[in-house]
Design a protein. Sequence first.
Length: 396
Amino acid sequence: MTDRLREVYIVDAVRTPIGKYGGALSGVRPDDLAAHVVKALTDRTPDLDPARIDDVYVGNANGAGEENRDVARMAVLLAGLPVSIPGATVNRLCGSGLEAVIQAARAIATGDASVVLAGGVESMTRAPWVLPKPERAFPAGNQQMFSTTLGWRMTNPRMPEEWTVSLGEGAELVADKHGITRDQQDAFALASHEKAARAWKDGAYDAEVVALEGADLTRDETVRENTSLEALAKLKPVFRKDGTVTAGNASPLNDGAAALLLVDEEGLKATGREPLARIRTSAVTGTEPQLFGLGPVEAVGRALGKAGRSFADLTTFELNEAFAAQSLGCLAEWRDLDPAIVNPRGGAIAIGHPLGASGARLAGAVAHQLAAAGSGVGLAALCIGVGQGLALVLER
């Protein structure tokens, strides 16, 4: 470790197009998705000797299927990188991809590494069903299987019931808390689709999206260009009979991967490239599990405070749209924030939310937006199941 913290730069950031559940990426293993973005980063930086990569961090929320056995290390091997490069998989549920970026940045800042790849991956389509091990041999009765795609399973009975509500019910609780209507949620969802569709049409994603060879997908699969308020209004509430949360104003189930190349000053020279942005500060906080959707509120405040910044300094803000109600709940508490700078190229309701990959996608999106602007301050933040919030401040 060094006596002072080093500057950490983001040289590049890539992601796959995001596939829908059972869609175009359903035939691709998650370890192959992770390998694809890892290889894309090294291919896009030919001056960097891959042997200089000190470590690889990959976020993953499930870890119960083909991404087991440390998917970060599997990605290194499958991408054809030198076997000398290690890899670590991290899990902070929906914040896993951003957590991987933060851990990589911390390793560089303290002098433990000079060049690190960091990202996230999830295939919600290929998440397996799991069967608990019987408490005794040769049970005579039927056994229960659990889907690992999303949410609570095999819940500890010691957990209070109010903590273990479904994610959708948690969004309904946020809507109750802030008086957020169904119409407001549907309008927010429509805006997400409109912004994402416009961004794709304008080529805003060309610099960061790297399609997979053999997969018939070149753009995000769940963006609905032709949806409308009328179409969204026809959808029935999912979690309460008289509720406000629908499939249309919530993020879908998705498959995808994202990765970033992080370096210090010496590593930057080795890449021969101009950085997109540099990492300034991060923060993580906890909240009541059932109000997980409001997790980013305090995390964002802490991250900005440590950076000596305020909402007025922000150029762009990527907030993960787990649910429209959750996003609107956060925005209601950030009274000094201009909502016009939030998710300018669409959010997860349109683009998708492949759990472990989303945080890395957000960090990469902010970095590319700052690079396009030429200067500024950006923020990436997510709510996290079981009641956490995570935020990262970038500058250029």
